[in-house]
Write a protein that binds this ligand. Structure first.
Ligand code: FMN
Length: 332
């Protein structure tokens, strides 16, 4: 581990850059598509969007793809910070290559803090937890820590009042009805959710509830039961919040992904469960309804459910694409 401020050793840096890309592979992504590729350069990593894993029916603009890439970028940064690297991100560095999402360069060394180490350890523990939350509100201090983690990446969390949660429930129901009525959308969902697929992508049955949980706000309807056992809790103690920011474009979405990763790793440290709800953002009319809740202060990127799910026996890790399929070095 690097703990001084001298220049990093070149061979070690190359090894650490590759490991950063491997760790970034553990980031959350829409339907576990992992729509990214990494290219290792001397003292830098290039992040590229992989459009072959974009969702044309539900994500034609690449909003969720870009948020997912942002989460992977932040995971790479977290790993490098825990190895004592100071890094700099150049988003979309080349106008001729719009799929070149970010250049992540090493610009020196920095002392490794305990917080950096804890955040990095949280990467392997973080999961999407679709079980209903326990009847225990999350700690105010924990919510503040999550908000601050999002803010450090240029985004904000807007917690919803009870009346706004009821409105959200209706918005989510509209979004899910519209999606389930669309054959292309259902085919796409079936491609990514449930069953088994050999390539290390998608959401396995083990991560899909065995029945729709009792919730005020419906969670993603995967159009099939999974094998994730859920109890009879009702999510009355859940906290819903909108992750939002100032730009509804690829730069804003990239920040949103970094903020999602940052707040999710903080939540993991605080033992707060996180479940994104992206359906209301995927459809323009319901996205507009979510935006109205923000009363003009910004653009919504995701709705998030926070809570306590408790017993430590969380869902199993979802699969990942083997690193060699998505990481290349400069001369390959
Ligand atoms: C942009 C984005 C949108 C997501 N939307 C949803 C969603 O609507 N419902 C859901 O249950 N999970 C959602 N997820 C969680 C992913 O399904 C999850 O990250 C992926 O399956 C990998 O599993 P893991 O988070 O447990 O590693 C979303 C994740 C991201 C990054």
């Amino acid at each position: 581990m690097l703990t001084t401020t001298s220049q990093p050793d070149v061979d070690q840096t190359g090894t650490d850059m590759r490991e950063a890309a491997v760790v970034a592979g553990l980031a959350p992504s829409i339907h576990n598509t992992q729509p990214w590729r990494w290219r290792i350069r001397p003292a830098a990593l290039e992040l590229w969007a992989d459009r072959t894993r974009q969702l044309p029916a539900s994500d034609p603009d690449g909003r969720m793809l870009t948020i997912s890439c942002g989460a992977a970028l932040h995971h790479a940064r977290i790993y490098l910070a825990a190895q004592g690297y100071r890094t700099l991100v150049l988003p979309y560095p080349d106008p001729d290559y719009p799929d070149h999402v970010a250049h992540l360069g090493i610009i020196g060394r920095t002392p490794v803090t305990d917080a950096a180490t804890r955040r990095c350890q949280a990467v392997a523990l973080r999961r999407t937890d679709r079980r209903p939350v326990l009847p225990r509100l999350i700690d105010d201090k924990a919510f503040l820590a999550l908000s601050m983690a999002a803010q450090a990446q240029g985004c904000y969390l807007h917690p919803l009042r009870r009346d706004q949660v009821i409105e959200l429930a209706s918005t989510v129901a509209h979004a899910q009805d519209a999606q389930l009525a669309d054959d292309a959308w259902r085919d796409e969902l079936a491609t990514w959710a449930g069953g088994t697929r050999p390539d290390g992508t998608g959401i396995p049955d083990a991560n899909i509830p065995d029945r729709q949980p009792q919730t005020t706000v419906a969670q993603r309807d995967f159009d099939r039961p999974g094998t994730l056992h859920i109890g009879n809790e009702h999510d009355t103690a859940a906290t819903y919040a909108i992750l939002y920011g100032e730009q509804d474009d690829r730069l804003g979405w990239l920040d949103a992904g970094q903020a999602l990763s940052a707040l999710w790793l903080a939540a993991t440290v605080w033992d707060v469960s996180v479940m994104p709800l992206s359906a209301p953002i995927e459809i323009p009319s319901t996205r507009q309804a979510v935006r109205a809740t923000l009363s003009g202060i910004g653009y919504p990127y995701l709705v998030l459910r926070f809570g306590t799910t408790g017993d430590g026996k969380g869902p199993a890790p979802t699969p990942r694409i083997p690193p060699d399929r998505i990481i290349t070095t400069e001369d390959e």
